[in-house]
Design a protein around this ligand. Sequence first.
Ligand SMILES: NC(=O)c1ccc[n+]([C@@H]2O[C@H](COP(=O)([O-])OP(=O)(O)OC[C@H]3O[C@@H](n4cnc5c(N)ncnc54)[C@H](O)[C@@H]3O)[C@@H](O)[C@H]2O)c1
Length: 274
Amino acid sequence: MSPSHLRSGPVAPGVAFITGGARGLGNAIAVSFAKEGASGIALVDILDETAFAEGKAAVEACGIKCITIHADVTDESQVESAIAETVKEFGRIDYAANFAGIAGPLSSVVDTDTNAWKRVLEVNALGVWLCMKHEIKQMVKQESIVVESGRVDQRGSIVNCASVNSIQSGAGSSGYTAAKHAVLGMTKAGALEARSQGVRINCVSPGFLKTKLLEEEFTKATGKSMLGGADASAGAWSKFEARQGREASFDEVGDVVVLLSTPHGGFTINEMDG
Ligand SMILES: NC(=O)c1ccc[n+]([C@@H]2O[C@H](COP(=O)([O-])OP(=O)(O)OC[C@H]3O[C@@H](n4cnc5c(N)ncnc54)[C@H](O)[C@@H]3O)[C@@H](O)[C@H]2O)c1
C-alpha cells in the first residue's frame, strides 16, 4: 500500500492543445500529456493524413482521446478555428504547447532569399504569437481545474517553443535565430500580462534533437542526409551533441513541457528551460 503522504492521481488531468503535434517534439509532448492523464488532446499541424494518423495513434496508445486539426499557425482565422474546435470537443484548453516550427534556409544573410527569411519569422514567431493570443483569450474564460487542494488557481498554462537559438546563434541561421529570440521576448511580455488572470506562460529551449526539422534544409545546404545512414552528417551532428553533452530523446522535452504546465509549477512564469 502507498504511504498516504504520496501524491496520487493524474499529474495533468486537463485538455492539451499542441501545435506541430503530428510528429517530432510536438507529438512527444502529446504522448507525455497522455501518460500523465490528460483528459483530451488536440494535435494541430499542416501535415497529411498519414502523419496525423501516426501521431494520433501514439497518443491513443495511452488510452486518451485525441483529435487532429489541420491548421496553419500563420493564419489567424485557422488558429481561432482550431481553438474553437478543441473547445467544442473537450470544453476547454488547460495546456497549450506552441511547437509548430520550421528551420528555414541554412544560408548566410547575403545568400538568403528574403521571402524564405520572412516565412521563418511567420511560422516560428508570428505563429507562436497568434496561438498565444487566442489561447489566452480562451483560458481566461475558464475556471481553474483543481489538481491538488491548496494550489493557486490556474486557468491555463502555455509553453512556447524557444531554442538554443533564443540565446546564442550559429552562422547561416539568421532567420531561425531572429524568430527564436522573438519567441523568448514575446513569452516574457505575455507572461507578465497573463499572470494576473491565472494564465502562466513559459518557454522551453531544446538543444539538438534528431527530428525531421533540419533534414530538408540540411540536405539542401550540404547535399548530405542528416537523419539517414551511418555516415549521415556525422561531423555536424556530433558537434551539436558535444555542445549539449549527449544525445537527447524526444520524451525528455515532452516531460519538461508537462511539468512546466501543471500547477505544481504554479509560481513559474516567464521561465526558459533548456
Ligand atoms: N529538433 C531540434 O533540435 C529543435 C531544437 C530546438 C527547438 N526546436 C523546435 O521544436 C519545434 C518542433 O520541431 P521538431 O524538431 O519537432 O521538428 P518537426 O519538423 O518534426 O516538427 C515541426 C512540426 O511543425 C509543423 N508545422 C510547420 N509549419 C507549420 C504551420 N505553418 N502550421 C502548423 N504546423 C506547422 C510541421 O508540420 C511539423 O509537424 C520547432 O519549433 C523547432 O524550432 C527543435
